[in-house]
Design a protein around this ligand. Structure first.
Ligand code: CP
Length: 311
């Protein structure tokens, strides 16, 4: 598989990330998706390389898919979680990094509640740092797998109309998707209450904000990305109640029937809040395709950031 040189040794976010690099990752992921469909979905490409998963916040999809991606490429993998590490004894993040670096890891996949932690680590390590979600800031690998899913379904992202519905304010997934979709030439409609949809993104010419989830919109867009309500990051009352939120912005079975395009969600879903259970059966739903594609996209990221060892 062709190995294109990315312009940065790290993947920290999609704000300002070059279009050519996004396309290189998506093209490479296409090849790996084919590998994943083979009877033995494994390659020797990263033999001798070591990937460290450093997850300070819970994760199912991102951590498991980086885990699988590393193993499918024959890299060695170490998982560190705060509860079972010396972080509970008060070890500073930088000391943790220096110690794991002394074990010669090649890539650090980090998720942390504080925005900017991956950027901080990238300044202090020779390893490739991959942002697996930093607070409400960015989640670039999720957006890349969302872009990949749209591209696989529609053939191209350019010219698509994508509605991102819900808690944009606290959503790193929304932020990374806004950047990635804008770079690839999609139109983005942010939908939610004024308290949860900041107008700052309208600085991009392709982004607009609406506060009502109208049937006309559901019929006009190619994709509806429902966002998870970030209960753990909501510090004040941003809407009346979860019940009211569901009534105004939830994808109910009835609303799902009106979606002309596809329904997406990054997971985990708060059923009964942003999606009514059963809504996924009423329209074309790509939620599990997103999860499948996550492995291929993360394989592509590891492959492009870590050159295979010689010999
Ligand atoms: N979409 C996503 O980041 O899921 P996890 O929190 O399970 O990794």
């Amino acid at each position: 598989m062709e190995r294109i040189q990315l312009s940065s040794p790290h993947l920290l976010g999609l704000e300002g990330y070059p279009r050519e690099d996004i396309l290189a990752i998506l093209d490479t992921a296409r090849g790996f998706l084919k590998v994943l469909k083979q009877p033995i979905p494994k390659l020797p490409t990263l033999r001798g390389r070591t990937v460290l998963n450093l997850f300070f916040e819970p994760s199912t999809r991102t951590q498991a898919s980086f885990d699988l991606a590393a193993k499918r490429l024959s890299a060695d993998l170490v998982n560190i979680s705060p509860k079972s590490s010396s972080v509970v004894k008060g070890e500073h993040l930088l000391d943790t990094l220096r110690n794991v670096e002394a074990m010669r890891v090649d890539a650090v996949v980090v998720r942390h509640r504080a925005p900017g932690v991956p950027h901080f680590l990238a300044r202090h390590t020779r390893a490739a740092v991959i942002n697996a979600g930093d607070g409400a800031h960015e989640h670039p690998t999720q957006a890349l797998l969302d872009l990949f899913t749209l591209r696989e379904h529609f053939g191209d992202v350019r010219g698509l109309r994508v509605a991102i519905v819900g808690d944009v304010l606290h959503s790193r997934v929304a932020r990374s998707n806004i950047f990635g979709l804008s770079t690839l030439g999609a139109e983005v409609i942010l939908v939610g209450p004024p308290t949860l949809v900041p107008s700052e993104f309208t600085r991009f010419g392709n982004v607009r904000v609406v506060h009502r989830l109208e049937d006309d919109l559901l019929q006009a867009v190619d994709a509806v990305m429902a966002l998870r309500i970030q209960k753990e990051r909501l510090e004040a009352s941003f809407f009346g109640s979860l019940r009211e939120y569901h009534r105004l912005y939830g994808i109910t079975r009835e609303r799902a029937r009106r979606i002309r395009g596809v329904l997406m969600h990054p997971g985990p879903v708060n059923w009964g809040v942003e999606l009514e259970r059963g809504a996924e059966e009423e329209t074309t739903t790509l939620i599990l395709d997103q999860v499948t594609h996550g492995v291929a996209v993360r394989m592509a990221i590891l492959y492009l950031l870590l050159p295979p060892l010689e010999g």
